[in-house]
Design a protein around this ligand. Structure first.
Ligand SMILES: Cc1cc2nc3c(=O)[nH]c(=O)nc-3n(C[C@H](O)[C@H](O)[C@H](O)COP(=O)(O)OP(=O)(O)OC[C@H]3O[C@@H](n4cnc5c(N)ncnc54)[C@H](O)[C@@H]3O)c2cc1C
Length: 444
């Protein structure tokens, strides 16, 4: 690893990878990930990715996104996402991503709160299909260095300008790395919750650092709970039973086998109904039946869900499946504009860690992969076209401990205990979520 890069990208989910692929091939790029490169939430996306399939669907797609978001969405961001979607899908296909087709035509499915079928999918592992193909391209590009088990533990910044990051390597070594621009693509915050569908290492690190350095955040208390994850007594990442299962006709039953809700309500409303029913029934879950799905081979359509349920002792073709809501997605984040610029110079944020306003107060299903891709690309294009400044770092000599303290107020001794740093960061994010909740309650 060098001391200085043209760009550093923190995170290698869809947002990080797509940004990397849209930076110039002449740029030297460092990508880091806290874990293995395949361990990102992008790999877990099951349901699919939305697309504007024809101009006729624009108004309805726009309205569905706004209605799900309680009309708190930023309209220009929603418009940009929808208008860019067909190009993004074409690009993904050209990069080797395959979506379900029938007779040579793309097949569209549907999820809750969508008024029509507009979601492309690859079995029930759409995120894996997309991210694997993007990672293959990233790894094949000689200008990109991707290092695993490397954690961003602070930002190097002065005068509201980001100059790089402080990292902890796999061996525990601390190193300062400079960059003309940094893109934060660190994903969500599920790791700070006990029950979440997210990877536990996604602990909102970029948010904790934003709080530390006064980088603007937005809607940090907007957290989506997914209504249907597989119930288990085990303390582990919650397995998602995708919304497209309900989109294809699965239904929910209370403890006496009665339907109690419209299964295609937006996620936040459906979650409320499920919690209410569990309370009424005195149960820790409700039942999901996939036997009501018509005209579909459910084992073929949902092979991943089928296999996981079987491992837990449920055959989706004949058993009822116990499901419970769990933390799933983060609508808030580091506030960014349409080019994914944060409030700090030379610092960008994209994907779930950012908040560009697309989702408002609640995300419409299958909008997040698309949103991540559109705005990660925007970040890369903005960096590409931003006015070239005369070299920001004349000498990329290693930053000594003394220089780090003088320029960036960083004392390496503060980072020697990883567990303490993590606990502090998690607590900071929690406290801010609570503060924001209180602020909003007082204002309403
Ligand atoms: C179970 C599940 C199902 C989903 N299904 C769908 C779906 O069907 N459709 C849809 O549109 N969306 C879906 N989503 C949401 C979607 O997958 C995510 O919003 C999206 O993939 C986020 O991408 P990302 O690149 O922002 O973050 P991620 O893919 O989560 O990547 C985050 C990256 O940041 C790295 N990182 C974090 N902190 C640090 C640090 N301090 N230092 C170094 N690296 C760090 C991580 O290691 C990781 O590489 C689903 C999510 C889950 C959990």
């Amino acid at each position: 690893m060098k001391n200085k890069y043209d760009a550093i990208i923190v995170g290698c989910g869809v947002a990080g990878c797509f940004a990397a692929l849209h930076l110039p091939k002449t740029a030297e790029i460092l990508m880091i990930t806290k874990s293995e490169k395949e361990e990102s939430d992008s790999f877990l996306a099951q349901g699919g990715i939305c697309v504007l399939k024809s101009e006729d669907d624009y108004d309805s797609f726009f309205e569905d996104t706004l209605r799900a978001g309680h009309y708190e969405n930023k309209r220009s961001a929603v418009d940009m996402m929808i208008r860019s979607s067909a190009d993004i899908i074409r690009e993904l296909i050209s990069l080797g991503v395959s979506f379900q087709t029938k007779d040579g035509e793309l097949v569209y499915t549907r999820e809750g709160a969508h008024s029509t079928n507009r979601i492309l999918y690859h079995e029930d592992v759409t995120g894996k299909e997309i991210t694997e193909k993007l990672l293959q391209k990233v790894c094949a590009q000689p200008n990109i260095t991707l290092t695993e088990h490397t954690e961003m533990i602070d930002l190097l910044c002065q005068n509201n300008t980001c100059d790089g990051i402080l990292i902890r390597t796999k061996t525990g070594r601390l190193a300062a790395v400079l960059a003309d621009n940094v893109i934060l693509a660190c994903g969500g915050i599920g790791g700070i919750y006990e029950n979440s569908t997210n990877y536990p290492h996604l602990t909102g690190d970029a948010l904790a650092l934003s709080l530390k350095h006064d980088i603007r955040l937005k809607n940090i208390n907007y957290v989506q709970i997914h209504p249907t994850t597989l119930y288990s007594r085990k303390k582990e990442r919650r397995f998602l039973i995708s919304e497209s299962v309900r989109g294809e006709g699965a239904v929910l039953y209370d403890k006496s086998g009665k339907r109690f809700v419209d299964e295609l309500l937006p996620r936040d409303l459906l979650t409320q109904h499920i919690y209410r029913q569990m309370k009424k029934d005195g149960t820790e879950f409700v039942w999901l039946s996939m036997q009501t799905i018509q005209n579909l081979d459910i084992k073929k359509r949902f092979p991943n869900i089928c296999q996981k349920c079987l491992m837990e002792g449920f055959d989706i073709t004949k058993d009822l499946i116990p499901v419970v809501p769990a933390q799933h997605y983060f609508m808030g984040g580091i506030e960014v504009d349409l080019s994914s610029r944060t409030s700090m110079n030379h610092l960008y944020a994209a994907g779930e860690t950012s908040c560009n306003g697309v989702h408002g107060a609640n995300r419409l299903a299958s909008n997040s992969l698309l949103e991540s891709l559109v705005f990660a690309k925007n970040a890369a294009l903005d960096i590409t076209y931003q006015q070239k400044e005369s070299a920001r770092f004349l000498a990329a000599a290693p930053l000594t401990e003394r220089k780090l303290q003088t320029y960036y107020n960083i004392r390496l001794s503060d980072y020697l205990k990883p567990e303490e740093c993590l606990a502090r960061n998690k607590q900071d994010v929690w406290n801010e979520i609570k503060r924001e909740n209180n602020r909003k309650e007082m204002a309403s």
